[in-house]
Design a protein around this ligand. Structure first.
Ligand SMILES: Cc1ncc(COP(=O)(O)O)c(C=O)c1O
Length: 358
């Protein structure tokens, strides 16, 4: 593969392809809220800055209380982390040497974290056009492993699985004593957000993972949390470094969760833009995944190899996320984030131009 594995660094991408990077680029590979962080972060910045003199609260009590109130669970049923990524690493350490099933295509960090811990990795691949869970095939796969990762809504497809299918998966994992980790990093971008947190706090075999970096556009601050039973969280927390969460992130998290208007507005914005983009794609004969959130997969079905389209867009400064390192996709689709309206317009203009010339 000539392309950098992660795909989210445009400089690496242009140099790997031997292309000159245009002066202006729009990075559609980044799937963070285009409306930015809640205004309260900027407004309170002087008081956030004042936090840096002291060590952060290692028990993250204020943030845990706030998340607990928000989600209707006890603070003891939550484990905050330095981004959801840190928690994925901690889960992988907890699973050291075990057999892990990943429902794919999915976020690549589950596999890399588990591989670093000498886990044996198995894949269950979901397929287009619906990209839904298939119970019969899954049942067999679950029985052979110690843990299952599922991303819901899924990155990179953006698809929300049918709720009864996820409920079934939770029950099936419980019965076979398999730990199920549901990654809900993007759940709050859906107009009808579905969460399994209430089930997680009642089960020894279920964890729900959340990120605050996507919706609240604070990827540079790092903040996420796990919800589950206290004893299980305590075992996972064992290898977490002391003071893992910085003091600014702890306070910023509280400010973000206080601003529910921000996530409501984001959902409305996403609904409108997604509908506009999908109707354009349909009219122009591109295929897309039936995403419910802030990114989707696309391809031009008239092409055997999508790379020409990728390069055509790169020449115009429009950077999509390639999918060569997603088992089940292998570069046959691109992931595209829903960005600001003017940026989405640029993409549609370029795609229309591509269709006219092909
Ligand atoms: C599905 C999914 N889970 C977790 C993460 C990690 O999020 P965080 O920024 O909170 O570490 C990402 C980041 O891209 C993601 O796509």
């Amino acid at each position: 593969m000539r392309l950098p594995a992660h795909g989210s660094n445009p400089d690496h991408l242009f140099s790997a392809l031997g292309m000159t990077k245009p002066a202006e680029i729009v990075d559609f590979s980044v799937n963070i809220n285009p409306l930015g962080a809640p205004g309260a972060i900027k407004d309170h910045w002087p008081s956030l800055l004042a936090e840096i003199d002291d060590y952060p609260d290692p028990s993250a009590s204020e943030l845990k209380q706030m998340i607990g109130d928000h989600e209707g669970v006890a603070a003891s049923q939550l484990l905050p982390g330095n981004g959801a990524s840190e928690l994925i690493t901690l889960i992988a350490r907890y699973l050291h040497g075990k057999k892990v099933l990943i429902i794919h295509p999915a976020f690549s960090e589950y596999a890399s974290a588990c591989r670093n811990e000498d886990c044996t990795i198995f894949y269950h691949v979901v397929h287009p056009p619906h990209w839904q869970l298939e119970k019969q095939a899954l049942q067999k796969d679950i029985e052979n492993v110690d843990a299952v990762f599922v991303c819901h809504p899924n990155n990179p497809t953006g698809v929300q699985y049918d709720k009864p299918a996820v409920d079934w998966l939770i029950d099936a994992c419980e019965q076979s004593k398999t730990l199920l980790i549901i990654d809900e990093a993007f759940y709050d971008f859906a107009s009808d957000p579905v969460t399994f947190i209430q089930k997680a706090v009642r089960s020894r075999f279920l964890l729900v993972l959340r990120s605050l970096t996507k919706m609240y556009s604070i990827a540079g601050l790092r903040l996420g949390f796990l919800a589950g039973q206290q004893e299980l969280l305590a075992r996972i927390q064992k290898t977490q470094p002391h003071w893992s969460l910085n003091a600014i992130a702890l306070k910023a998290g509280v400010l973000c969760l206080n601003d529910q208007q921000h996530s409501r507005q984001t959902r409305q914005y996403m609904d409108t833009e997604r509908a506009r983009l999908f109707s354009f794609l349909k009219e122009n004969e591109f295929l897309h995944s039936p995403s419910a959130i802030n990114f989707y997969l696309i391809k031009d079905p008239s092409l055997d190899d999508q790379e020409a389209l990728f390069q055509f867009l790169l020449q115009r400064g429009l950077v999509l996320r390639h999918t060569y390192n997603f088992p089940g996709l292998e570069g046959t689709w691109f992931r595209v984030a829903i960005k600001k309206k003017a940026e989405n317009d640029l993409l549609m203009e370029a795609l229309a131009e591509w269709k006219q010339g092909n």
